[in-house]
Design a protein around this ligand. Sequence first.
Ligand SMILES: N[C@@H](CCC(=O)N[C@@H](CS)C(=O)NCC(=O)O)C(=O)O
Length: 202
Amino acid sequence: MKLYDFSGAPNPRKVRIYLAEKGIQVPLEQVNIIAGENRQPAFLEKNPMGGLPVLELDDGTYLPESLAIIEYFEDLHPTPPMIGTNPLERARVRALERLCELSILGRVATIFQNTSPFLAGRLKQSPDAAESARTALNANLAVLDQMIDSKPFVAGDRPTIADCTLLAALGFAEFAQVPIDAKFGNVHRWYESFKQRPSAAA
Ligand SMILES: N[C@@H](CCC(=O)N[C@@H](CS)C(=O)NCC(=O)O)C(=O)O
């Protein structure tokens, strides 16, 4: 088994954080996105979409999509549970994880893509798209802040896949220089606390 990874990218990091929380060791192979290695025929054979991460199984099967990879490992290693322990809890954790990915990480990525000088020559950038994403990000952070409230973890009193995604999202926001307003105090408290966990080094 092998995980195709790029150390600076949030979706592979989400999986690495999850694996570290579970204590699962998987060899990593770096695929350099900046150099375009993920768009070369050799990698497109593994994942025609070109995205990272990709998990290679021992029988040569390739699994793309960070969340699908996480769920695959969760099925193989259900303890400690990181997607809840009954249908309702699992649905709630999955809903929070989607919020952290689609509404937080997704918006940060849109701002980055539309403002980064590094990407200026590579992508068509739109200040309007960046501004809309900033507005949406702040509205979504307000919802997330209320949901976290005073809880130690996003979904309650133990870490779940929602924490893994949120750590990757806020780490990427720091890298992308997308500020998270200080008024989202629960989000900031959660971030400072989760960053202390050994998995945050992943
Ligand atoms: N939905 C996919 C997204 C995969 C993805 O787009 N990964 C980014 C890194 S965070 C990537 O590989 N970008 C480079 C590219 O698409 O060329 C997942 O969750 O795995």
